[in-house]
Design a protein around this ligand. Structure first.
Ligand SMILES: *Cc1c(COP(=O)(O)O)cnc(C)c1O
Length: 355
């Protein structure tokens, strides 16, 4: 499929101070768009000026939430090259989300090419500041003007780009997380593994209550017994117990993070024992009491590695590694950001250069 390009006539000024970008506020000059109509498939791929879209008030996505998304970044290396990190994995996961949400599948290879083309057009928007990057948000939603419940026949696929500042401005500060005991995020047979808006809508209440208690994130337990650890809701979770790296296995209610997968692969390459298995919050608390809970960290595209300094479960507050980043967390952070920003050799073949 050809990608039509309609350049903007009113380019915007690029942000001056890249350290103050924050996340998700500013959008670039262009976006990718493509339509799906039943009978015709995906068509009319185009890169057009970023701008508002018009939707029927009856558009099905607004009523029944048929939407999926992805998140990845473009990084500028020291020699000015712009590169992506494992974009093929994002579009593979997007198709798994599409399958679950009854959204038509996309051509993964074509979408990697379309993403490269869009980022190439917008490459001056990729920040130069160390640690800053261009966030890429592909998403698909149902547009049929119909308020009946059924899978839609019409969809819009968009990719928007947002320059974002360094996640850590003052070093890798550990986060405070509490174990959610009232609400659940996902259940067996549900949509936990899909990157879909509904999983976020359902998590906001727990997040809000955590903030009221001065915690930054919640750690979700399984939705049936509230016993097994799942994830943080925008990050996967890892524990280092007695030298072994452990992360909950993918049982269908956990989002299969690409950073999670990459962290496991880096551990294996470095000869560190890394296991995917079911792990209960009780096991973590017991390891803490025995002095064997060495490190806890989250993984996700935004932060890459986010050390957890405080973990609260009911009345029990665990302070991990003296509220400092641990050895394995630091090694993973250095290795993965090193590959992403082209500071170390990419032995895994994970990066995809633009242009
Ligand atoms: C996107 C996401 C993650 C992290 O996935 P990455 O591919 O590593 O960015 C973790 N949990 C949830 C619920 C997510 O939506």
């Amino acid at each position: 499929m050809e990608i039509r390009f309609e350049p903007t006539k009113t380019p915007k000024a690029k942000p001056q101070d890249e350290t103050k970008l924050g996340f998700g506020h500013i959008f670039t000059d262009h976006m990718f768009a493509m339509n799906y109509d039943a009978g015709q498939g995906w068509h009319d791929a185009r890169i057009v000026p970023y701008g508002e879209i018009s939707l029927s008030p009856a558009a099905m996505c607004l009523h029944y939430g048929q939407e999926i998304f992805e998140g990845l970044k473009a990084y500028r290396t020291a020699d000015g090259t712009v590169q992506l990190f494992r974009p093929d994995e994002n579009y593979k996961r997007m198709n798994n989300s599409a399958e679950r949400m009854v959204i038509p599948k996309i051509d993964e290879k074509f979408m990697v090419e379309a993403t490269k083309k869009l980022v190439e057009i917008e490459k001056d928007w990729v920040p130069h500041t160390d640690g800053a990057s261009l966030y890429i948000r592909p998403f698909i939603f149902a547009t049929d003007p119909y308020v009946g419940v059924k899978p839609a026949d019409h969809y819009l696929f968009l990719i928007i780009l947002s320059p974002s500042g360094p996640y850590y401005s003052t070093g890798l500060d550990p986060v405070k997380i509490y174990v959610e005991q009232k609400y659940v995020r996902a259940v067996r047979g549900g949509t936990g593994f899909a990157k879909t808006a509904a999983n976020y809508a359902i998590s906001l209440k727990g997040q809000d209550e955590a903030h009221e208690q001065d915690y930054e994130q919640v750690l979700w337990l399984d939705g049936v017994e509230q016993k097994y650890i799942e994830e943080v809701g925008s990050m996967n979770i890892f524990f280092v117990i007695d030298g072994e790296v452990i992360t909950p296995e993918l049982t269908g209610s956990v989002l299969p993070g690409i950073t999670r997968k990459s962290a496991l692969e880096v551990c294996k390459a470095k000869g560190i024992k890394a296991t995917e298995r079911r792990i209960t919050i009780q096991e973590v608390a017991d390891a803490y009491d025995a002095g064997k809970l060495d490190e806890v960290f989250g993984t996700g595209t935004a932060a890459v590695i986010s050390p957890v300094g405080h973990l609260k479960w009911g009345d029990k507050v665990m302070t991990i590694n003296d509220n400092k980043i641990g050895k394995i967390s630091q090694m993973l952070y250095d290795t993965m950001t090193g590959i992403q920003w082209g500071k170390i050799e990419d032995k895994f073949g994970w990066t995809v250069k633009i242009g």
